[in-house]
Write a protein that binds this ligand. Sequence first.
Ligand SMILES: [Zn+2]
Length: 300
Amino acid sequence: MKYFDLHCDTIGECSNNNFPLKENNLHIDLQRAKGIEEYTQVFAIWIPDELRGNDAVNYFDKTADYFYNEVAKNKDIISLYKENKETPVKAILSVEGGSACGGTLEGLYHLYERGVRLITLTWNAENEIGSGAFSEGGLTPFGKEFIKEAEKLGIVLDVSHLNRKSFFEFAEIAEKPFVASHSNADIVNNEYGKKRNLSKEQIQIIRERKGLIGLNLCCDFIEDEKASGIDSVCRQINYFKKLECDDIIAFGFDFDGCTVNDKFNGIEKIPMLYSELKNIGYEEDFLDKMFYENANKFFK
Ligand SMILES: [Zn+2]
């Protein structure tokens, strides 16, 4: 099977703790990905909300250095997606938190030059671009400029973590297809499940724009008293299918960024998840789209 994942926080964990990407105790390492025939991972550099301006830029640079160093050390296993090499693992670099640009367009060009090809506009708080899921405002004037410029560069923009107001303002001005890299439908009964997930209207907009939605397996965003484990995954899939989202659904597991149900808590368990969903009755054509093809088509 093939797997394409839109979001993980592994590289920050590796960098902050000096863990190798090849073998570690995190959710993702290259050794344990061996059971997947072709695997593309979007590696996010998460910018903590305490960091703004130059502090955010420096934190990004330090973590990006670590990322490129690990890729170079393991070049027989992993390469950059855009290089189109024959390695079993391919990587796309992203940032989670547009604050990595330090609040300037020069900062955005810097991110592009350093290979960032997807930007999650905010984390939970407000930054120079707009407001996240746990803050009140909308997009800033700089944020609107940032969005236009990032689209011109061909960077994929990611609305996961935006609050509703920022999302709808974003949808007004965005001209290119965009993604929600790690969000679910807001049918999960808890505060996180409501605020971090997408409403029906948001899902329909992403579908009309031919974007992507990556299912997030973070317990808080997918499980509640009515569904856990595989049932919570099926509840999401069935809802997205009802909204005719077969061509835009993918995964953004949120590995190494949160607590994931024990059943799925590592990259080595992805093939098992695929088989389990197949046994439940989902068609292979659909699962292949969800696990790989939709995202691969989008990024190609
Ligand atoms: Zn996140």
